[in-house]
Write a protein that binds this ligand. Sequence first.
Ligand SMILES: [Zn+2]
Length: 393
Amino acid sequence: MNDFIKYCQEIVRIPSISGQEKAVAELIQARMKSLGYDQAWIDEKGNVLGLIEGKGDRTIMLDGHMDTVGVGDTTAWTVDPFCGTMDKGRIYGRGTSDMKCALMAMVYGAADLIPQKEVLGGRVLVAGTVCEEEFEGVAQGHILDRFSPDLVIIGEASELTVKIGQRGRAEVVVETYGRSAHSSNPSAGINAVKKMTQLLSAIESMILSEDASLGAAIIEVTDIRSEPYPGTSVIPSYCRATLDRRTLPGETEETVLASIQKIINDLTAQDPEFSSKVYLAQAKQMCYTGDSIEAKRFFPAWRFEVETPFVQNALSALKAAGIPTGISFTAFAPMAAKAPDSEEFPLWGSAHPEKILPMWQMNLLRLINCKRHESGTGQLQPMPWPNFEYQNH
Ligand SMILES: [Zn+2]
């Protein structure tokens, strides 16, 4: 156990902003090997993966990202952001709670299953993913596509609650097109910025749906630019704006775009000079391996019902383990974004939860954001757990 805390500190001491996770991946791979994983390797994107083989054909994936955001102004920190110091039960440093130590807890927690792997009903895959802070869910999706796990548990901080839903996110781009002219004679041109203000104002008045648990859907402009820029004495011929759209369960890529396309169609019907286009932003991120990840920026919303058996099982087992818990929802957790992409990849359960062995479920409890140990009497007890904390975030 001392070893575990030591490596939590060690992993915080290694800077790993998105695209620069190599040293952290190698540290985790080495830990997996020494802890006795059947396999530990790094894939072409730079994700680190460890496998513990059981006897069944089911796969559970424990998932955490290795990258962190930057440290910003280092003079605003009261400690070195990479000190990894432990003080009064708290570890300090960038990425401590988001989410290097949770990932290390999963690496060690899964290793607890190794002595019992002959009776495990499946295999345990532990994944440390890259580039999540910059490009959420995509590196993780690469692993999901390859292994099709029955269950995915994500170790993002949840204050030990069981998070069963979140809003989705779409990055929507709108463009308007005009015709350039000298601004001393505006009637000779078509002002793309003016067309954009019309479009944004119509988008602003859209009525979006609401969800009792997750709140309201949102659409918000996050940037805008025109061309030519700077536009001294010229009517802009092009304007582009980005919209941050927070979605609710049931909203798809198609429905999100269709609602804006309808506004464009209406404006075009009223004004023959109105010309516009809407689409989802596409992004590409380089990985430290030299490979890249690329995808549209659309991450669907999802929600499980409180009554769902695996939610209830998790709650009652956490309670039995003496861990204060409850249900909660999250506004947007990047790591979960890709997981519920289809019914086969629920965040917090199995497509066939009734088929999971009770013992399997029991063991899973040891991996949820915490780690326990068996007392001398053989009775399961919660272990003293440091409050992981990081500053200036
Ligand atoms: Zn995170």
